[in-house]
Design a protein around this ligand. Structure first.
Ligand code: C5P
Length: 238
């Protein structure tokens, strides 16, 4: 996987997805299907996007008992997505079970989807963690700890903020993937995200991939916004 720029297709229907993608005619994109779209359109949306040649991150952030996660992953593996995820907070047994499910469900001769773990959501602040979740450690320590549990469970990387990438690379090596949402252009509204960075900074910090939603999907000109973000991410001087 070459350091992708992943567009979060946070839309409620196939119709809106088609309207959005029509602006990118012919371009093969890396797209993320999350809960909003998958719960409305189901597996058919994955087949539809695959037919158009897009790479797919299925972002359903599974978090349940190990047996349930394993069975769910067995089913999801049949969809042929490139990347999918679980919450690291489910623990190592759950993450190992997820991997087993993916292995068992991947049709023979096909590539198993890469599996990564969500450390702490990029909308979570240290204050929320302390006051609501009663986790009395620094956010950085928790993220690096969750990432090390993911690595120990055989996962290939994590979802985290770009701000945590240097620490994770130092602790777990450069090969361990860091896929980072919470990306904003300097002029953008930060919305509900708290740990945000620009595409240029994500690149400098060494992220393996970035996930961008509203800065592209809600832009007045999504195509223009996409190419600006892509240039920043790829280090092309504007
Ligand atoms: O619109 P925005 O760029 O904030 O969208 C970020 C996307 O990344 C959303 O689809 C969100 O669900 C997802 N995500 C995240 N933080 C994580 C994991 C996934 O924001 N830790």
């Amino acid at each position: 996987m070459q350091r992708p720029l992943i567009i979060a297709l946070d839309f409620p229907s196939l119709q809106e997805v088609n309207g959005f993608l029509a602006r990118f005619s012919g371009e093969h994109l890396y797209v993320k299907v999350g809960m909003e779209l998958f719960y409305q359109e189901g597996p058919a949306i994955i087949h539809h996007l695959k037919e158009q040649g897009h790479s797919i991150f299925l972002d359903l952030k599974l978090h349940d008992i190990p047996n349930t996660v394993k069975s769910a992953m067995k089913g999801l593996a049949k969809l042929g997505v490139d990347l999918t995820n679980v919450h690291c907070a489910g623990g190592t047994n759950m993450m190992e079970a997820a991997l087993e499910g993916l292995d068992q469900g991947t049709p023979s001769g096909e590539k198993r989807p890469h599996l990564i773990g969500v450390t702490q959501l990029t909308s979570t602040s240290e204050q929320l963690m302390k006051e609501q979740l009663l986790i009395d450690h620094s956010l950085n320590d928790v993220v690096v700890h969750y990432a090390s549990l993911a690595k120990r469970s055989g996962l290939e990387g994590v979802v985290c903020s770009s701000l945590e990438v240097p620490l994770i690379r130092e602790a777990l090596g450069k090969e361990f993937m860091t896929i980072t949402p919470g990306i904003r252009l300097a002029s953008d509204d930060k919305g509900d995200q708290t740990r945000i960075v620009t595409p240029e900074l994500a690149r400098e910090l060494g992220a393996s991939g970035i996930v961008v939603g509203r800065s592209i999907t809600k832009a007045v000109n999504p195509l223009e916004s996409y190419s600006r973000i892509k240039k920043g991410w790829e280090g092309v001087l504007i």
